[in-house]
Write a protein that binds this ligand. Sequence first.
Ligand code: HEC
Length: 113
Amino acid sequence: MPIVLAACNDADAPEEQRVLEGDAEAGRAAIAEVECGVCHRIPGVAGANGIVGPPLDSFGRRQLIAGVLPNRPGVLVRWVSDAPSLVPNTGMPQMPLDKKQARDVAAYLYTLR
Ligand code: HEC
């Protein structure tokens, strides 16, 4: 797992959670665009109040993703775009995010403290 560098507004996150080249504001926009909020409550994203998946409040303080994976940038970047490749029977679907967008989305989630 490479140690990653801070990008602007995720500077409040602990060092191990800062996402290389992740742009949290762009991530917030991507979350709205692909409608993660259909399934999740996500603070700061208008209309994101779904209850299919867990609420993502304070996600930056969680130790685990989906209760089984370490909450680290490389894992989260992959999770947000292709969760079934990590946990085959998960209810979290593949999402149409490219690599850059996945990093941005992860950066935004780490601002949720
Ligand atoms: C069709 C519904 C659905 C959509 C759309 C969806 N998710 Fe999920 N998500 C889930 C479910 C269900 C889980 C719980 C998975 C598990 O525990 O295996 C989950 C879990 C997660 C987790 C782990 C939460 C935790 O508490 O461990 C994160 C982070 C997450 N989703 C982010 C996103 C993001 C970001 C998007 C948009 C790119 C998104 N999800 C889109 C259903 C969805």
